[in-house]
Design a protein around this ligand. Sequence first.
Ligand SMILES: [Mg+2]
Length: 317
Amino acid sequence: VSDSEFDIIQRWFARDQEHRDGLLLGVGDDAAVLECRGRIAVCVDTLVADVHFPASAPADAIGHRALAVNLSDIAAMAARPRWCTLTLTMPQADEGWLDSFTEAFFALAREHGTRLVGGDLSRGPLSVTVQVIGEVGENWLRRSGARPGDDIYITGTPGDSAAGLAVMRDGTADKSAAHAALVARFLRPVPRVQEGLALAGLASSAIDVSDGLLADLGHICNASGCAAVVDVEQLPLSESLLSVCGTDAARQHALAGGDDYELCFTASPERAAEIEQALAALSTPVQRIGEIQSGSGVVATLAGKAFEPPIRGYTHF
Ligand SMILES: [Mg+2]
């Protein structure tokens, strides 16, 4: 890549570089210069081929996903994404691959008002690192604010993405519309950016579900010094998930499957009506799935008894 790095950047990555909205200098110099007022939130995430996604995944899905997972982290802070950087390591500069990758990346970036301001390219095994810089207001969210008595909520329908990955691995993606829908949920996760912003000042804590609902709720409990009880019967399971997997496997995926990029958050019961209204205004499904209690750890219960999924979550190492 190195010989033509400049050409590749000019052709595929130097887009949306107008000097507006705080972008004083973007792609093409030694560093970007940004103008911001107030607090910023910064996150970064690396996706490695065959660790975080199959190397054979379509280039557009990789481009979408690399940005989406970072926007999801920004969403969990109730931050507004503004800028991003991209480090791309790839085995060779394939024109078709770069076309698809950048098309999807910039489409999602535009959708969320996020502009690419810099990055790096090199040759090697496929890996994509994206950093997003966002702005936060007074009421930004964190993992540590949950209190005993708070309700626990989840947006959307968890478990679809893990089931979609399983479907891809089985090679059954074309079997039915439901199979295809699950695969799409894995390949093109939807970051809940507007939802995160809407929850500022309403939620007491938040996290985006990347490792699995129980595992990520465990991070909230650890950070907040409390326990969580999830009612398995309240889990919002999609029609696609139920029809492809059946109830037992659907519950397993919803509790332990990773890569949902839904928001799991807690809030005082007094906020219930406002939360319902705020998310209804965005047409985003939200479901109360349990309660924060004093103590430590996360348990799932079904009909009053402990329900233990065989695997709790995904760990990268
Ligand atoms: Mg996260």
